[in-house]
Design a protein around this ligand. Structure first.
Ligand code: G6P
Ligand code: MG
Length: 218
């Protein structure tokens, strides 16, 4: 079966919003009287807002009622929105526009696979809404990564099978989601962190479509 589509995570692959999620969560943890490290944050990447909050509260040894948790998640999202409100197309990660040009040249379809409810707003801010044939975001799914739903739905919306899709992911949970969906996964980051990826590169800038198609069909 040949590869006919590339499915992209948003945060940390297309744009560096991962740092803003981290800053907003860190601020929340600090207000609650504890801290989160960058290493702990690796485990939050690709994880939904409420699941992230649960992990953070457990890390701080706190158990809170649902109502309070909703308030805290809303507070974090407000801080996050403040941080991303000044983003523009200048915040697109290096190599992304050139890579998307290659993807189009190769006649491949594209989908976004992000569990972020803010994904459509971020895409609009950076002017990349039209770069995707299908957009699956946190508003369209019921299970966050590492559940494969976000990528399975992406393939479905494109009318393709899992074997025809390649996933690009910077998160441990996202790589697992892609593998569980039955797809070839390109990890964006380092091999010591993204151990389950089929291949790993530091960024899209370091990759060519030709090389990925070769590896994915090998
Ligand atoms: C992405 C990020 C996570 C974030 C999640 C939900 O997957 O990697 O860090 O928690 O989206 O984002 P949201 O914008 O809906 O809070
Ligand atoms: Mg990500």
């Amino acid at each position: 079966m040949s590869i006919n589509a590339f499915l992209f995570d948003l945060d940390g692959v297309i744009v560096d919003t991962a740092i803003y999620h981290y800053q907003a969560w860190k601020r929340l943890a600090n207000e609650l009287g504890f801290d989160i490290s960058e290493e702990f944050n690796e485990g939050l990447k690709g994880v939904s807002r409420m699941d992230s909050l649960d992990l953070i509260l457990a890390h701080g040894g706190l158990t809170l009622p649902d109502e309070r948790k909703t308030e805290l998640a809303t507070q974090k999202n407000e801080w996050y929105l403040e941080l991303v409100s000044r983003m523009t197309s200048n915040d697109i990660l290096p190599g992304v526009p050139a890579f998307f040009a290659q993807v189009r040249q190769a006649g491949l379809k594209t989908a976004l696979g992000s569990v972020s409810k803010n994904a459509p707003m971020i895409l609009a801010r950076i002017g990349m809404t039209d770069a995707f044939d299908a957009i699956i975001d946190g508003n369209k799914i019921s299970k966050g990564k590492p559940d494969p739903e976000v990528f399975t739905k992406g393939a479905e919306e494109l009318g393709l099978s899992a074997a025809e899709c390649v996933v690009f992911e910077d998160a441990v949970a996202g790589v697992e989601a892609g593998k569980r969906a039955g797809m070839f996964v390109v990890g964006i980051g380092t091999p010591d962190v993204l151990t389950k990826a089929d291949m790993v590169a530091p960024s899209l800038e370091a990759l060519t479509v030709e090389e990925i198609l070769k590896q994915a069909s090998a």
